[in-house]
Every structure is written in structure tokens, then in C-alpha cells.
Design a protein around this ligand. Structure first.
Ligand SMILES: Cc1ncc(COP(=O)(O)O)c(C=O)c1O
Ligand SMILES: [Zn+2]
Length: 399
């Protein structure tokens, strides 16, 4: 095998094998696994990568080979440079709302689907706040896999419609994401289906780290000082760190940015855990937020997220629901990007740190916007002007 698995807590090394997802000695939360490669013998050069190719161009650093028609189309999302956003000279926006199912989660789902195909599974399942589910459902629709989706019945209409048209079996439970997660594990593992729950399945983080690889390649391997991203379970934030870590280990870059994980004020379990300090132990909470994608009270990848963010010298911050909404509109007006709440919160976190003078005008900043705003139109339904304007009134106005 080209990789091994290492427990994030006891650091024991395991050989990968089927249906093996976490360190049995440390359990599901403390025993999440890191995928480690033989970095010294990988022979990876800058010339191997292009700004235009999808995430499978990084196959040497992925735990699976490409088997589906979608592989070359996932990733390769835009990195757009803004030169005076909130007074900061260089702000890069990595916009993953252009992915196949319109969120960052495609990077993980495609890994799970390829793994399930390699392991000759006939069924795949996931629990999700919405985007992981829609991405799995849409990307598996044209494969031979049967797909089971466990979600709260409150998921936004855009995501629900994506699920409905995909033909996946939708188990929309009367409960929250944390309950959907536990239920999916109870049933899916018993049935022997392939598990696409990112925090537990270590391979999914590997797909998500390709967002960092792309940022590096698209930014010409130049230094970035701060990278902001939203945090629910903590896998995306961990994956972005690991992407920078691996390229630094391969001597392709010289610096890892400070990773700033942005959570909703109403559900900030990862931030709370981080602030209690190492050795980290999950602080689970209950709460609500309009940012449904990161409405997680029992974050499953919290240990990795805290360790990695600490290693980057970064931190976790929060943004209130009111500020998230403001961020959606401000981001739209200044960049043309329409982000769902869990995407725009990243901009809200950036703005908060600019206002606190924690970011310098010459700092190089990257904002990862993880989901498209069309997924959750209801969240803005009270913010649009209703009614209409008389035709003659329009003529009068422009006379
Ligand atoms: C749009 C969006 N942003 C951010 C996240 C957070 O990812 P994680 O749960 O890995 O922290 C999610 C997760 O569902 C998401 O859908
Ligand atoms: Zn362990």
C-alpha cells in the first residue's frame, strides 16, 4: 500500500484494510486516523501540476485511483484575487460553489465513491447537514452504487431538491444532524455499506485537502499568511491544513498559513474545545444557527481540527447569525459571489479580524468559500423587497 493510517491520539500506525475507519483503542472521536504517505520517496515536482486540472492530478497524494467519469471535473475551482477587499491588498477567494454539486463536499464524495468501487461495495451511505449528502447523491447517481442518505428533515430546499432528483434513498429524519449521524453509523456499519461520513472515514479528508493544493498551485506557490474557512465537524479545516503541510513537507512551499476556523456564534463546539487547550477533549453543545451546513453540536473531527489549527498558529473565531447574513450581501456586492451562509461566514470572520486590526494591510489572505448561495434561498426570503413597480413609474423614473 502506498499509504498507512496513523491515530491522531495514540499515534499507532495501522495498515489500511476494508471497513477499518478509526483506531479501535481510542474510539470514534479520539481515534480518527491520518493518512500518511512515504513523502521521502514520492518524487513530486511543481511541474507535475497545472492550474486548470481537476483534483485527480494530485493522485500520488490520494489514497485511491480514479474510476469514474466525474473525476477530472471535480476541483479546479476558481481562485480569484481581489486587491482592495476591506482595505487588504491581496485577498484570494477560493470559490468551491462552482463544483459539480455546488459545494466543497464533492472533493470528499468522489473519493468515497472511488473507494466503494475499488472495494466492490454495492451500497454507500452518509449522514450530512446537507452538502455531503447532495454531493454523494449526485455523483453516485450514474454509478451502480445504491445510495442511502441520512439528513435532518429541515435541510434547505435547494439541497433537498438536489437529493430528490438524484434518485438516492432519502431518510430525512425528525432530528438534528448529530442524531442523523449516529443513526447512519448504527445501520450502515451493520449492513456493511461503504461509509461516507467525513469525520470518521479518513480518506475523505484526503479529497478535501486538494482545495489547499489548488490554492497553492493557482497562487504560484507564493506565501499566504492567513487562510479562513468555516467549521462544522472540523474536517474541511483539518484538510486545508494537511494540504499545506504536505506541500511544505515536499518542499514545494516554505510556509503554512495561519488557519482561521470560523464557526457560528450559536454552535461553536470546536472553538470551545480549542480554547480549553491541549490535550483536547470534545466540548459538545446544543444550539442553532442559520448556517445549516455547520450546525454541528458534536463535531466528529474536533481533535484533528484543534491539533492542526494549533500547529498552524491559527485559531477559531465566531460570527453571529446577523453578521452571517450581512456577510452574504457584502460578499455578493463586492465580489459577485453568492455564498450560502456557511460559505459567507468565512468572509464575516475575515471582516471581524480586519475590524479588530488583527490583519495587516499587507498580509496575504485566502478565503475559502465552500458552498453556493442558491442552495439555501429561504434564508434570505425576508430580506428581499416584495411587491412590484408600475410600468409607467419605471418610465417616469428614467425620463
Ligand atoms: C458549505 C459548507 N461549508 C463548510 C462545511 C464545514 O465542513 P466540516 O463539517 O468538515 O467542518 C460544510 C460541511 O457540511 C459545508 O457544507
Ligand atoms: Zn489510537
Amino acid at each position: 500500500m502506498k499509504y498507512k493510517l496513523k491515530c491522531i491520539t495514540c499515534e499507532k500506525i495501522y495498515e489500511p484494510k476494508e471497513d477499518f475507519y478509526f483506531c479501535p483503542e481510542c474510539g470514534e472521536r479520539f481515534g480518527t486516523l491520518e493518512v500518511i504517505y512515504d513523502y521521502d520517496n514520492l518524487n513530486i515536482k511543481k511541474e507535475d501540476f497545472s492550474k486548470e486540472k481537476g483534483m485527480f492530478q494530485f493522485e500520488k497524494l490520494l489514497p485511491v485511483s480514479s474510476h469514474t467519469r466525474f473525476d477530472e471535473y471535480i476541483g479546479a475551482t476558481p481562485l480569484i484575487e481581489f486587491n482592495d477587499l476591506l482595505g487588504i491588498n491581496k485577498v484570494l477567494i477560493k470559490y468551491d460553489g462552482t463544483n459539480f454539486s455546488a459545494s466543497y463536499k464533492d472533493r470528499a464524495s468522489i473519493i468515497a465513491i472511488n473507494k466503494a468501487i475499488e472495494e466492490k461495495k454495492d451500497t454507500i451511505f452518509c449522514a450530512s447537514t446537507g452538502n455531503a449528502a447532495t454531493s454523494l447523491a449526485m455523483l453516485s447517481a450514474s454509478t451502480n452504487l445504491k445510495t442511502y442518505i441520512f439528513v435532518p428533515n429541515t435541510i434547505p430546499i435547494g439541497k433537498r431538491l438536489q437529493l430528490e432528483v438524484s434518485g438516492a434513498t432519502i431518510l430525512a429524519i425528525e432530528g438534528n444532524y448529530d442524531q442523523a449521524f449516529d443513526l447512519s453509523m448504527e445501520i450502515g456499519l451493520k449492513k456493511g455499506w461503504y461509509l461516507r461520513n467525513s469525520a470518521i472515514n479518513p480518506y475523505l479528508l484526503e479529497g478535501k485537502k486538494t482545495g489547499a493544493f489548488e490554492v497553492i498551485v493557482q497562487n504560484n506557490y507564493e506565501d499566504i499568511d492567513y487562510l479562513f474557512v468555516s467549521v462544522g465537524d472540523g474536517t474541511v479545516v483539518s484538510a486545508l491544513y494537511k494540504g499545506f503541510y504536505e506541500f511544505k513537507k515536499l518542499k514545494l512551499i516554505s510556509k503554512i498559513p495561519k488557519i482561521i476556523g470560523v464557526q457560528s456564534e450559536g454552535l461553536d463546539a470546536v472553538k470551545r474545545t480549542f480554547e480549553q487547550g491541549a490535550p483536547y477533549a470534545p466540548v459538545d453543545i446544543e444550539g442553532t444557527t442559520i448556517a445549516d451546513s455547520i450546525a454541528v453540536g458534536m463535531p466528529r473531527d474536533v481533535i484533528k481540527a484543534c491539533k492542526y489549527v494549533e500547529a498552524s498558529n491559527g485559531k477559531f473565531i465566531t460570527v453571529s447569525d446577523i453578521k452571517i447574513k450581512e456577510a452574504i450581501f457584502e460578499l455578493g456586492k463586492s465580489t459577485g459571489i453568492f455564498a450560502e451562509p456557511a460559505g459567507a461566514i468565512t468572509y464575516g470572520g475575515f471582516k471581524k479580524m480586519v475590524e479588530l486590526n488583527e490583519i495587516n494591510k499587507n498580509d496575504k489572505v485566502c478565503l475559502v468559500i465552500t458552498g453556493n448561495g442558491l442552495k439555501d434561498p429561504d434564508v434570505l426570503k425576508n430580506d428581499i423587497e416584495n411587491g412590484f413597480i408600475e410600468i409607467d413609474e419605471v418610465r417616469r423614473r428614467f425620463k
